[in-house]
Design a protein around this ligand. Sequence first.
Ligand SMILES: [Zn+2]
Length: 304
Amino acid sequence: MSDDPVSRRAVVQSIAASTLLSGIPIMSYAETAFTQRMTVGDLTVTALSDGHFDLPAEAFQNVGTHSLASSLRAGATLWAISTGTRSILVDAGSGDFLKAKYPATGQMVERLTAAGINPKTVSDIIVTHMHADHIGGLMKDGQPVFPNAVLHMSEVEWTYWTAEDRPSNVPAGQKPLAGLIQSIANGLPYARQLHAGAADLGEGVRLVPAPGHTPGHAMVHLSSGADQLLLLGDAMIAGPLQFERPQVTYVLDSDPELALQTRLALFERIVADEVAFCATHLNGLGKMRLERAGDSYQGYQADA
Ligand SMILES: [Zn+2]
C-alpha cells in the first residue's frame, strides 16, 4: 500500500462504509458504485449518481497554465436525506431532458429505487438552482415523479428563470438552456416554497445562498450534533481542476466573478472549519475535505 494519505483515507472510508451498512439490518440496501450512504449525526444522507457528463474543455475559462484534455468527465450527484420524519431530496437530476446530448444522464429514479427509496415517499425537494440537470428529473412524460413533494428554492432563482423575457435576456450561448428551463418550470405541478435568503428547513437542514453560478444558486448545510456536511451544488463544477485553480470559471456561470468570490469564500470556510462537503459534479459520491496548498487547494476523500 502506498504511503499517500489520500490512499489511506480511501481505504478507511470503504471500511467505515461497510461497517456502517452491516449495522443497519432493517434496510434492504446494497451499496453500489452509483449510491453511497453517509451519516451526519442523526441524519442519513444517500448520495446517488444521476450519471455523468463529458464536458468539452472549452466550457472552462481562465484555466491559466493548465492544459486540459479535450473533454472533462463530470459526475452528476444528488442527495436523499432521511431525517427520521421526512425524506428530503436535494436536486432531481436531468430526467429525460438532456439525454440527446448527454446519453449517460437521467439515472436518478433507478438509483433511488436501488437505494430503497420510493419517489412517492419524498416529502421535500430542495432545488439548488434551476439548470436543467438539476430540475429535469422532477418530471417524466408530463407527470411529476414525486407527487407528494414540496419544492424549496431561492425566490431570486425562481423569479429569474421564470421571467417572461428570460430566454431572450441571457448571453447568446445560454438562450437554448433558458428556453428549456422555462418550459420545464412552467409545467411543474408541485407546491413551492420560495425562500428569500437563508432558510431553516428544520431538523438540521438549511438552504444557504451561494450565488454566481446562477443568481439564486443555493447550497445545503446539514448539521446534527457536532457533525456537519455542506452540499455545494454547482458552487464548483470541476474537481480537481477548481481545487488547484479556483479562478477557473464555467461557461454556464451566470456571473463568473461572483461565482469565483462565492467559491473562494466557501473553500476558505471549509478549510478553516474543517467541514466535510460534497458537490454535484465531482467524480465521486463520498464526503470530501479540503486543505490549503499555497494559493490553491487539495481535495481528498473523508471518512463516511
Ligand atoms: Zn449542474
